[in-house]
Design a protein around this ligand. Structure first.
Ligand code: KG4
Ligand code: ZN
Length: 319
């Protein structure tokens, strides 16, 4: 079964074809990020206008890379929510029209669940041995979400914890802004933090004992006050702040995810979303999970950030 996926929830316009829910036939992504960078964040009005310009081109390219005609598709899937309303509207309208014209089913998919599902996609030649086994705990960490799910099967994601304020990626972006490091903050903070050795500076995220919830707005404020109070200068001083911030965010994500696995007696942890590209999160979570006998999965880098392959893949299970 060949499903066309369409993703237009924020500043990426993406289309992909996935066969039988897992085999990646094509995944095309156009981004309007350069148009937003000088504003320090995504401007919804600009994002939706770019979606409109890119959508037909991206869909045609996804079909031609997959070597398929539109008549060969079995269903049309699209991100239904959450996202920027203007951006979503472009993808949803396009997908509805396409499905009507082709007389093929229309499937609306949850974007956050799809981020976690990205771990189940593979290239045609890859073996199926490494596929995740359910039930699993899912950790979705992106610019808009930090959520923990109990996943019995891919049609039922049970939300067990979420951020009470800022998302993890949002905290990265805001801290980068405070320190004048540009947008988006995640990749640059990740890179700087890797270069810092023997850091004595520490920040701490709110623990929220007894729940699977996260909180990242306090640490952002702690960074702001520290920078103001100590007149932190660009260079090594900034680097130490960045490294301490990242260490604290990563520790919080690791602790809560492993706690959920332990309490729910689950041996699989699926991580997804833009922040799952983070090198410190990947390395700490992998080693801690291994000690506890938990198999942890991260998507390949190109499937961590917004893409339509994860939408087409998860849609197979809905269908
Ligand atoms: O999943 P995504 O592309 O879009 C949303 O659905 O939000 O995630 C974007 C977020 C941004 O906040 C960005 O700073 C963060 O992911 N990000 C990272 C890294 N790469 C991207 N955060 C930490 N480390 C990274 N390497
Ligand atoms: Zn996303």
């Amino acid at each position: 079964m060949n499903i066309l996926g369409i993703e237009t929830s924020c500043d990426e316009t993406s289309a992909a074809v996935v066969t039988d829910g897992s085999v990646l036939r094509s995944n095309i992504v156009a981004s309007s990020l350069p148009d937003h960078q000088r504003f320090g964040g995504v401007i919804p009005e600009i994002a939706s206008r770019r979606q409109l310009e890119y959508i037909s081109i991206v869909v045609n390219e996804a079909l031609s890379h997959a070597g398929l005609r539109k008549e060969d598709l079995d269903a049309i899937a699209v991100t239904l929510k959450p996202g920027l309303i203007g951006s979503l509207l472009v993808g949803i309208s396009f997908a509805k029209a396409f499905s009507k014209a082709l007389a093929k089913p229309f499937i609306g998919v949850n974007h956050v669940h799809a981020h976690i599902y990205a771990n189940c996609l593979r290239k045609a030649e890859a073996s199926r041995e490494a596929e995740p086994v359910l039930p699993a705990i899912g950790l979705a960490v992106s610019g808009g979400h930090s959520s923990l799910y109990f996943i019995r099967d891919f049609r039922s994601f049970k939300l067990i914890g979420e951020t009470r304020d800022d998302a993890a990626g949002e905290a990265y972006d805001k801290v980068a802004r405070i320190l004048g490091l540009g947008y988006p903050g995640g990749p640059v903070i990740d890179k700087i933090a890797r270069s810092v050795k023997n850091n004595t500076l520490r920040f701490k995220c709110a623990q929220l004992e007894g729940s699977y919830d996260f909180s990242f707005s306090g640490i952002k404020t702690a960074v702001l006050y520290h920078v103001r109070e100590h007149h932190v200068q660009p260079g090594p001083e900034t680097d130490c702040v960045v490294a301490a911030f990242q260490e604290s965010v990563v520790a919080s994500l690791v602790e809560k995810s492993l706690l959920a696995c332990r309490k729910k007696k689950v041996g699989t942890l699926l991580v997804g979303g833009g922040v799952s590209a983070n090198s410190a999160l990947r390395s700490l979570l992998s080693s801690r999970a291994q000690q506890e006998g938990i198999r942890v999965f991260f998507p390949p880098f190109e499937l961590c950030t917004d893409n339509a392959a994860m939408i087409a893949g998860l849609a197979f299970h809905y269908y």
